[in-house]
Design a protein around this ligand. Structure first.
Ligand code: SAH
Ligand code: F3S
Length: 484
């Protein structure tokens, strides 16, 4: 087993980038420089975590395609298996370790099978050491800043008996011309910004994804134009903290970028995630309100309804400021849907503090909420805070919060019964090929029976049945009234 090999030790003499260095690397060219190694071979990527990771997996799949690899249907068929991991919560990490452990017999039977671990877990030193000591049969480990080196790392791993590690501790490049293997032809994710500077005290993302870097607006627009030319109808602009887009460029802000993307012909819907409440400007609200293509849906993580906890989380806003922002958004964007993230059981959260969260959820009436039990992440500021609430109590709080949110979500859905909504049809439903699935502008999932020719089209659908997390509908030929 080798020591960690940092990137400057890799062939090609690359160096770890300096903090102010802003270079662009052409990844397609890198992948094409080693085209033969994947010929006749198959790859499988297992993805955990957020949309950013899903999109990184598309990029890696694209590079592997350029190298001649084809996708594998199962673990047994694969010559290369990559775990693109999430470090946000501990249980996601445990799942990955369990899966890698279960692959040991397969790796013993097929020693030429390459196993790789990448994504946010690879950025954690503790994880790298654990992999080195516990899973020596893992062939390559690379971080979130090294995605574009995948082709040369694969070649290295094929030649090496030892685990190849390549993890930059900080980013330096905005990488362009990444080949991507996108899953379907209707909607696509587009990175606009990497990293996060906010250092919420519970969150590991600033450590695993580095400081905020924005892509140039012309590169983002060019990618969206390319997607439109390929027939994509919807794009979601991705960043950990999209409101900060452009701060590092100094010439453009997120509202400007949104307007430019919204004007790309052929793109019918534009979404974005995630916005931090603390710098959601009126200019941004106006952009969402006035550009037809921008969907009236804002994901606005609140995390807690209690000011003391918000402060301990280092969120940078108060409950009052959040509620005032919600009011401003609702006043200017009619029919807007609001979703949120909430953490339950943050260190020091009392039952009273939690009641403030329930109270805020009742007051705002979110369309939906992603709720999480606090998970201690070593190295973060919150990991050093006293956490005395028993796990059972935290679970009970989560249960109560989920019950409340489910009732609110269901109420919204029930109000839609009998109404016609505009659905972008994405494909067949996951569970039944006779049923089509799509989403409203407000991101509600709608299932209905209809011809496959509707896939990729905006279609009016009348809602006939409401469930808590989805709607059932039937196509209508003439849309008289369209809502949420
Ligand atoms: N800016 C990103 C944050 C990524 S993490 C975004 O908003 O998409 C996504 C969510 O996971 C956060 O909003 C938070 O609610 C939750 N989360 C992050 N760290 C967590 C932790 N240590 N324990 C529990 N939930 C956490
Ligand atoms: Fe994490 Fe807070 Fe950034 S939740 S990703 S540190 S905005």
């Amino acid at each position: 087993m080798s020591e960690l090999i940092f990137i400057e030790d890799l062939p090609g003499g690359r160096h770890r980038p300096g903090p102010d260095e802003r270079r662009q690397v052409d990844c397609r060219a890198a992948a094409r420089s080693v085209p033969e190694v994947g010929r006749g071979k198959r790859f499988l990527i297992k993805t955990y975590g957020c949309q950013m990771n899903e999109h990184d997996s598309e990029i890696m799949a694209g590079m592997l395609r350029e190298m001649g690899y084809r996708p594998a249907g199962s673990v047994d068929e694969a010559d290369l298996i990559l775990f693109n991991t999430c470090a946000v919560r501990e249980n996601a990490e445990d799942k990955v370790f369990g899966e890698i452990g279960r692959l040991k017999p397969l790796k013993r039977r097929h020693p030429e099978l390459l196993l790789g671990l990448c994504g946010c877990m690879a950025q954690e030193e503790k994880v790298r050491h654990f992999v080195r000591d516990t899973f020596p049969y893992v062939d390559l480990v690379f971080g979130t800043h090294n995605l574009h080196l995948l082709p040369e790392l694969v070649v290295q791993a094929m030649a090496s008996q030892e685990t190849v590690f390549a993890v930059w501790d900080r980013p330096g490049q905005v990488v362009e011309n990444l080949p991507k293997l996108r899953k379907e032809g209707v909607k696509a994710w587009v990175n606009i910004q990497y990293g996060c500077n906010k250092y919420c005290t519970y969150c590991i993302v600033p450590f695993t994804r580095g400081r905020e870097r924005s892509r140039l607006p012309e590169d983002v627009v060019a990618e969206v134009e390319q997607l439109a030319a390929e027939g994509f109808k919807e794009v979601t602009l991705l960043g950990q903290n999209v409101n900060d887009y452009g701060l590092d460029l100094g010439t453009v802000d997120f509202a400007d970028l949104l307007r430019r993307v919204a004007k790309v012909g052929g793109i019918q819907r534009v979404r974005f995630t995630t916005s931090n409440p603390w710098n959601f400007t009126d200019k941004l609200i106006d952009a969402v309100a006035s550009e037809e293509a921008i969907c009236e849906h804002v994901h606005l993580p609140v995390q807690s309804g209690n000011n003391r906890i918000l402060k301990r989380m280092n969120r940078g806003y108060t409950r009052e400021a959040y509620l005032e922002l919600v009011e401003r958004i609702r006043a200017k964007i009619p029919g807007v849907s609001l979703t949120t993230d909430i953490i339950v059981g943050f260190p020091g959260e009392s039952e009273e503090d939690f009641q403030d969260t329930l109270d805020l959820v009742r007051e705002v009436k979110f369309d939906n909420a992603f709720t999480f039990l606090y998970s201690r992440r070593p190295g973060t500021a919150a990991a050093r805070m006293k956490d005395e609430t028993p796990p059972e109590e935290k679970k009970d709080r989560l249960r109560r919060l989920n019950e409340l949110q489910a009732a609110i979500s269901r109420e919204y859905h029930e109000k839609l019964v009998g109404k016609a909504v505009e659905v972008l049809v994405e494909g067949e439903s996951k569970t039944n090929p006779d049923v089509l699935a799509g989403r409203t502008r407000t991101n509600r999932l709608v299932l209905f029976r209809g011809p496959r020719t509707l896939i990729g089209r905006l279609t009016p659908v009348r809602i006939v049945e409401a469930q808590t997390w989805l709607l059932w509908g039937e196509p209508v030929s003439l849309m008289r009234e369209v809502s949420g």
